[in-house]
Design a binder for this molecule. Structure first.
Ligand code: SF4
Ligand code: SF4
Length: 73
């Protein structure tokens, strides 16, 4: 299980330090999540920390492509 960062990401760095698995890295043109490291925060936090802190709508999706921070959230 892993989340993904979309092209809506504005490279604000907010999610990088809250990830318990150091799964988020900078790439061109935006940040990405290493799907080999992302656990969706299971065992560490009740909710995915990257999605909880991300200020941008539609920047993080789950494996089904569902936005964790949909428009109007
Ligand atoms: S869901 Fe958790 S483990 Fe996965 S990238 Fe986000 S903060 Fe890291
Ligand atoms: S918090 Fe959201 S907008 Fe900021 S770097 Fe992470 S995914 Fe991108």
């Amino acid at each position: 299980m892993a989340l993904q960062i979309t092209q809506s990401c504005v490279n604000c760095w907010a999610c990088v330090d809250v990830c318990p698995n150091d799964a988020i890295f900078q790439d061109t043109p935006h940040f990405l999540i290493d799907d080999g490291k992302c656990t969706e925060c299971l065992g560490d936090h009740g909710v995915p920390q990257c999605a909880a802190i991300c200020p941008i709508e539609m920047a993080i999706v789950d494996e089904l492509g569902e936005f964790l921070n949909p428009p109007g959230r």
